[in-house]
Design a binder for this molecule. Structure first.
Ligand SMILES: CC(=O)N[C@H]1[C@@H](OP(=O)(O)OP(=O)(O)OC[C@H]2O[C@@H](n3ccc(=O)[nH]c3=O)[C@H](O)[C@@H]2O)O[C@H](CO)[C@@H](O)[C@@H]1O
Ligand SMILES: C=C(OP(=O)(O)O)C(=O)O
Length: 429
């Protein structure tokens, strides 16, 4: 495990070109297995989750070249050899579940241990994935090991799951793209990365209607083809760097900042006193903004930022807003409607001197603007919680240590190198 050593208290200023979104790159990489044609991907982030998938594909015989500096990767799975698969999928990452449809499509059979690993935000359920695969024609058995069998092709069907799950929606789309007949998913997730996967599959020849909405209709086709596709910017990295500018009082510009996804995110910043300007596709946080919780017009109302499946504010961005709230004048209520483990790291914030009341596993109130001190904190296995602990450390003069922060490397390549170009004093140890 690696620790971040931080000498904080300086304004961080600079311009960032964000890397590719992990949550777009991983399903798209899995989707490349749906064709034998070569696929070239641009802007692939050099992150540990991608490294694990590439290692997995290579171990099964796929041909992959990856220029980590330019971000261009070419994959050819014509030589993918099912007999080499020993039943172990990449571990420590939720996205392994995204291999189920393409592997079933190629192998017809798959056996996995009964639990899906992911970060420690909460229990990462397998059931919605297995329900989808069953609905689309797979047969599932479980006795500790889960065995999936697909006789022939996936078969088109209608499905309405309990909730909008990102990876389960992605699995539905991948399976239905090559199914016999038409499939419909209601209560579909529509996060930017779900849209990215659908758009890439459409470019590969899939017939998908309703991209970006909660109802997806997919007309199955016989084959998908290769091509050249670009992974979109990482909305999490965009927000992180803007928030870093705001919390340290610096001026930050982020290029390729996906302004069309920004309305509600910009509103969350405004609730904490931060204005994000847009100049074309560059997002800008200007220096010298006062972090202050915006007063609602309604009297006696506790201001609130609530996170839920898109188009709500994204749960993965809550930690950045919590870090800002720690520094903002006034109380802010946060509501994570998705994960029961999203606030387990609040005791680490308290070590800096932050005042946070955990109301229940899904809700906290941050009483900001308390005097803070540099200190040592422990990051949980939650990417943006580690980022948020760094943000608070960066805002406090003196030496802090964020221990076990290397979960950040799962999503953000060159995190420390980028921070240094912004004037940060920070290093891995
Ligand atoms: C690789 C990838 O893309 N990972 C993302 C994906 O994970 P993932 O696809 O695993 O997340 P899901 O959308 O399935 O939600 C995670 C868990 O939250 C609970 N749940 C979710 C929604 C809901 O309305 N009710 C409910 O109870 C379920 O227990 C579920 O298992 O989406 C999450 C939610 O945006 C993000 O944090 C992850 O970064
Ligand atoms: C929760 C996350 O990722 P994963 O689902 O891959 O664990 C995340 O990116 O914050």
């Amino acid at each position: 495990m690696a620790d971040l050593i931080v000498n904080g208290g300086k304004p961080l200023s600079g311009t960032l070109t964000p890397s590719g979104n992990k949550n777009s790159a991983l399903p798209i990489l899995c989707a490349t297995l749906l064709t034998d044609d070569p696929v070239t991907l641009r802007n692939v982030p050099a992150i540990t989750d991608v490294e694990k998938l590439v290692e997995f594909f290579t171990a099964q015989g796929s041909q992959i070249t990856w220029d980590r500096t330019s971000g261009e990767m070419t994959l050819a799975h014509a030589t993918f050899d099912p007999d080499r698969l020993q039943g172990t999928l990449p571990n420590g990452m939720r996205s392994s579940v995204l291999l189920f449809p393409p592997l079933l499509h190629r192998l017809g059979r798959l056996a996995i241990p009964g639990n899906a690993e992911g970060c420690s935000l909460g229990i990462r359920e397998l059931d919605p994935h297995l329900e989808i695969l069953t609905t689309l024609g797979a047969q599932i058995e479980s006795n500790g090991t889960v065995t999936m069998e697909l006789p022939g092709r996936f078969r088109g069907a209608r499905h309405w799951p309990d909730y909008m799950s990102v990876t389960a929606t992605e699995n539905f789309v991948m399976a239905a793209a090559l199914a016999e007949g038409t499939s419909t998913l209601l209560n579909a997730a529509s996060e930017p990365h779900v849209q990215d996967l659908c758009a890439t599959l459409a470019q590969m020849g899939a017939r998908i209607e309703g991209i970006g909405t909660s109802k997806l209709t997919i007309h199955g086709v016989d084959r998908l083809h290769g091509g050249t596709f670009t992974i979109a910017s990482d909305i999490h990295e965009i927000v992180t760097f803007l928030a870093l500018g705001a919390i340290t009082g610096g001026e930050v510009r982020v290029r390729e900042s996906l302004p069309h996804h920004f309305d509600l995110i910009g509103r969350a910043f405004r609730k904490l006193g931060v204005t994000i300007d847009h100049d074309g596709d560059t997002a800008i946080v200007r220096p010298g903004q006062t972090l202050r919780v915006e007063s609602p017009f309604t009297s006696n109302l506790l201001p609130k930022i609530e996170a839920a499946p898109w188009p709500y504010f994204p749960v993965d961005l809550l930690p950045c807003m919590i870090a800002l709230a720690v520094r903002a004048d006034g109380p802010m209520h946060f509501w994570n409607k998705v994960y029961e483990g999203g606030f387990t790291w609040m005791p680490e914030l308290a070590k800096f001197g932050a005042h946070v009341v955990v109301s229940d596993p899904h809700r906290i109130i941050v009483f900001g603007s308390k005097p803070l001190r540099a200190t040592t904190v422990d990051a949980p296995y939650i990417i943006r919680a580690a980022v948020a602990l760094y943000m608070v450390a960066a805002s406090i003069p003196g030496r802090s240590i964020v221990k076990n922060a290397d979960t950040i490397k799962r999503a953000h390549p060159r995190f420390v190198e980028n921070l240094r170009t912004f004037g940060a004093e920070v290093e891995w140890r």
